[in-house]
Design a protein around this ligand. Structure first.
Ligand SMILES: C[S@@+](CC[C@H](N)C(=O)[O-])C[C@H]1O[C@@H](n2cnc3c(N)ncnc32)[C@H](O)[C@@H]1O
Length: 239
């Protein structure tokens, strides 16, 4: 439910890439792919998937998850900054950068390295935390000063104890991608309502989860609601 909007966009992009390349089995890199929440289902769809992640524990969990599903996913230990050394240039159809740009020291360097991996016409899928949602969630928890701080801070952080080093508005994400040579598509909101609605209104209520997903799919592109989503998703193509 929390990733339905991202999967809608990914599946449409995979279909487009399949048509333009004439290949059913696409080459995908999941940069900061962690335990394989996206990588393993993509491998189950028949694609060749490589995860790059600095965490040995995450890579071990990825291997277990892939084995359970009966698929192979290559795991490489490394940082986004090492992508050019770890993988061949111009060799990937799709690179995922999900929930990782928040943590990298040099986002411009990271996205430049991602662009270098992609074949011409290839795409990057970026998912990142939204500072507006951080402010909303801090305010709803009664932390009004922290909400104000998240809105004022250029990195979208609500204070020194905020575990997320950086967040991105839709504008900041688009600017980062354009500055690193990508043609940027529409930005969509992910989890507009899902993190605001009490789980008791969804769990165990017949049809509620499906109705919430359908609502999220409409809200993702809504001109006002998009910008309060917990995360923002964008697909961008290498020209
Ligand atoms: C929140 S998890 C997201 C995992 C996965 N992309 C997903 O969406 O389920 C963040 C991941 O980024 C990885 N990470 C943190 N800093 C990184 C860096 N500089 N380069 C690559 N990966 C990094 C972490 O090890 C972790 O697996």
């Amino acid at each position: 439910m929390r990733t339905a909007v991202v999967w809608d966009a990914l599946l449409a992009e995979l279909a487009r890439l399949g048509e333009t390349t004439g290949r059913e089995r696409l080459d995908i890199v999941d940069a900061g792919g962690g335990t394989g929440g996206f990588a393993v289902p993509l491998a189950e769809l028949g694609h060749t998937v490589t995860v790059v992640d600095p965490s040995p524990d995450s890579l071990a969990a990825l291997e277990r998850r892939a084995k359970e599903k009966g698929v192979g996913v290559r795991g490489l230990q490394g940082d986004l900054a090492d992508l050019a050394d770890l993988l061949d240039h111009d060799d990937a159809d799709l690179v995922l950068c999900h929930s990782v740009l928040e943590y990298v020291d040099d986002p411009i360097g990271a996205m430049t390295a991602v662009a270098g991996l992609l074949r011409r016409g290839g795409a990057v899928s970026v998912l990142a935390a939204n500072p507006v949602a951080a402010a909303l969630h801090r305010a709803l928890a009664g932390h009004f000063d922290e909400a104000r701080a998240a809105l004022a801070d250029p990195e979208g952080r609500w204070g020194d104890r905020d575990p997320t080093p950086r967040r991105y508005t839709a504008e900041a994400l688009s600017e980062l991608l354009a500055a690193t040579g990508f043609a940027v598509g529409a930005v969509h909101g992910v989890r507009v309502f899902a993190d605001l609605v009490p789980s008791r209104l969804v769990d165990g209520e017949p049809g509620a989860a499906e109705a919430l997903v359908a609502l999220e799919q409409v809200a993702a592109g809504h001109p006002v609601l998009r910008d309060i989503a917990t995360q923002l998703h964008v697909l961008a193509r290498r020209g």
